[in-house]
Structures are given as structure tokens and as C-alpha cells.
Design a protein around this ligand. Structure first.
Ligand code: SAM
Length: 288
């Protein structure tokens, strides 16, 4: 087992491995947590797992014991010879040396999926790009059935934040549109090497089989993000920045037509209110 303190330090020493902060490298050294992550993903022998950032392979190993295959994307070339050694006993693991943010995951799954009936993303995410990774995957493909991922606790709280709270933002809306989110458990700093500065959490994110409404997703999320671009400002002021000062009166009227007080802050708008407002702005040719 790779994910014990003893084995991890042995490997790090053997390869004289120095952690790269810029790659968000905090390796898990607690088998109990590793097993709880794998259990949370409800993997079976027909599941294909996509892992982001295998590190020295501790979670990869735990996943390979349950899944049909595990495909791990790792950006750090220095880890490749290490993974070759630590995962030598498994023939259902493929390591791909690529930046996950540059991978067309949809095309990739289509080419690899043939013999699997479920696709799960399971990862101890590199924290510096938690939001870009989730956004990239959710917007790029609907072929992933779910995600069981570790992230900063603070970001986990945003994923299923209630409307009107300080944690509620455009990421909450994105997740709410595509998925159902469940907070699984909190993870203390001490189970990582090196220990991160913040507490972590594992969440389960299941892709909705049927969305509540259909939109042009690229346009809708661009609009939602622009409404949150300056949190302290009202919805109206964010809209003006996005659309133009000369449209102020028109924007006021449109907000009122869809029953939204323009002096509200964006964090008080439900996803349906954002949808109504966006639709109305499109129909009125104020945005396109
Ligand atoms: N899975 C290992 C574990 O739990 O011990 C390592 C997790 S560590 C938090 C994050 C991993 O993601 C590191 O191995 C890092 O090199 C890798 N990584 C960072 N940025 C990446 C990217 N853009 N694409 C793929 N892997 C990345």
C-alpha cells in the first residue's frame, strides 16, 4: 500500500522528490481517508475512473482495486518514473502526462468508454485550480456520471450553498444547473504531506439525468459570472458594467418585468430568476 506515511516517505526519499507548490502537491498519507473516498464513489467492476493528479499513486492504487480501469492525468513529468514503479502490479491503470485543463475529456471518454457503463471522476484535486477543473469538466462533457473529489473545505461549502448566503456564487449556480451535490466529510490537514494551510472536504457530485431547464450554457454562465463579478455591488451595477451605462433605464424595466428588484445583490437570485432575466435580455436583444 502506497498511502501510508512510511511508504510515502520511503518513495519520496528514494527519488529525492521535492514538492512543487505551484502544482498543488499535497499527498494523502492516510489509508482510512483513501478508502472513504473510494467508498464514496461507489465504484464497481464496470466503472471507468478518471483521476486528476495521481501524485505517487496512493489513491490510484486504491481505485484500481475496485474499478475496471483508471485513467490518471498527471501534469508533473517528474512523477512518471515513480508511478511506473509504485503501480507496477496493476494492469488496469493508464497514466497520461497532460494538463487536465487542456484535455478534451468528452472526446477522450468517447474513445475509451466502449467497455464501461459508468464514468466517475475521483481525485484529490490540486487546490489552486479546483474551480477551473470543475468548470472545464462540467462544461465540456455530460458523459461523466459523477465526481467524488477532495477540495478546500471553503470551496466545498460554495458548491451547495443556499441562496442568500455569502458562499453562494456563480460556481454554486453552475453546480446546481448540472448536478446534485452532497458534502461527504471533512478532512483534517494532518493526513497530507506537506500539510495544506486549510481544511479539506470530500464531496460527491452526481450529474443530473434531466436538467430543470435548457439554455445556451456558454452564454448563460457568462452572464451569471458577470452578475457576480463585483460582489459588493447590486445586480443593477453589475449589469451596467456588463451591458453598458446607456442601457440603464431599459435594464431597470426588464428586471421589474421579471419581478426582480434591480437593487438586489446577485447572491439573492435563484437559478430560475437568473434564467428568467437572461431569457428576457436575450428576447429583448439587449444581449446576444
Ligand atoms: N492523488 C495524490 C494524492 O492524493 O496523494 C496527489 C494529489 S495532489 C493534491 C494534486 C496532484 O495533481 C499532484 O500530483 C499534481 O502534480 C497534479 N496536478 C496539478 N495540476 C495538474 C493539472 N493541471 N493537470 C493534471 N494534474 C495536475
Amino acid at each position: 500500500m502506497i498511502g501510508t506515511p512510511k511508504k510515502t516517505f520511503q518513495i519520496l526519499k528514494k527519488y529525492n522528490f521535492k514538492f512543487k507548490k505551484s502544482f498543488g502537491q499535497n499527498f494523502l498519507i492516510d489509508n482510512n481517508i483513501l478508502n472513504r473516498i473510494v467508498d464514496g464513489a461507489q465504484i464497481d467492476e464496470n466503472t471507468m475512473v478518471i483521476e486528476i493528479g495521481p501524485g505517487i499513486g496512493s489513491l490510484t492504487e486504491a481505485l484500481a482495486k475496485k474499478a475496471k480501469k483508471v485513467i490518471s492525468f498527471e501534469i508533473d513529468t517528474r512523477l512518471l518514473p515513480i508511478l511506473e514503479e509504485t503501480l507496477i502490479d496493476y494492469n488496469n491503470i493508464k497514466i497520461i502526462n497532460e494538463d487536465i485543463l487542456k484535455v478534451d475529456v468528452d472526446a477522450f471518454i468517447k474513445s475509451e468508454l466502449a467497455d464501461c457503463d459508468k464514468v466517475m471522476v475521483v481525485a484529490n484535486l490540486p487546490y489552486y485550480i479546483t474551480t477551473p477543473i470543475l468548470t472545464h469538466l462540467l462544461e465540456n462533457t455530460t458523459l461523466i456520471d459523477g465526481y467524488v473529489v477532495m477540495m478546500q473545505k471553503e470551496v466545498a461549502n460554495r458548491l451547495n450553498a443556499k441562496v442568500g448566503t455569502k458562499d453562494y456564487n456563480s460556481l454554486t449556480i453552475l453546480l446546481n444547473y448540472y448536478t446534485d451535490v452532497e458534502y461527504l466529510f471533512t478532512v483534517p490537514k494532518k493526513v497530507f504531506v506537506p500539510a495544506p494551510n486549510v481544511e479539506s472536504a470530500v464531496v460527491r457530485i452526481l450529474t443530473k439525468k434531466k436538467k430543470e431547464f435548457n439554455v445556451n450554457e456558454e452564454k448563460f454562465f457568462k452572464f451569471v459570472r458577470s452578475c457576480f463579478s463585483q460582489r459588493r455591488k447590486t445586480l443593477m451595477n453589475n449589469l451596467i458594467t456588463f451591458i453598458g451605462k446607456d442601457k440603464k433605464e431599459l435594464l431597470m424595466n426588464i428586471c421589474l418585468e421579471v419581478n426582480i428588484d434591480p437593487t438586489r445583490r446577485s447572491e439573492t437570485l435563484t437559478i430560475n430568476e437568473f434564467n428568467n432575466l437572461h431569457k428576457k435580455l436575450l428576447d429583448s436583444n439587449i444581449i446576444n
